[in-house]
Design a protein. Sequence first.
Length: 98
Amino acid sequence: MIEKLKDEHLDLLYDAILTLDSRKACYDFFEDLCTVPELKAMAQRLYVAQLLRKKEVYREIVAKTGASTATISRVNRTLNYGSNGYIKIFERLEKKKK
C-alpha cells in the first residue's frame, strides 16, 4: 500500500523526520506539523502496539489506553501482516536501552 503513497511530498516529510536529532527537536517539529489529536492518536497506536507485543489482551489495552477495539484490531493486524515497522522500532528502542 505504501507504494501507492510514495511521492516527493512524502519523501520530504520522511527526510525532515530523519534530520531530527533530539526529543526537543521532535516535540518542536511535530507540534508545528500535527494537531494535538493527531499526535495523541499516533502515540496511542504505538503504545497499543507495545502492549500487543507484550501479549496483553484487548480488554486490558482498552483500559490502559482508551483505544477502541477497532484501533487495537487494526494495530494488531499491522503487527502480524504489516511491513514490520513497529517491530523494527521496538527492537531499536530495546537495543538503545542496553
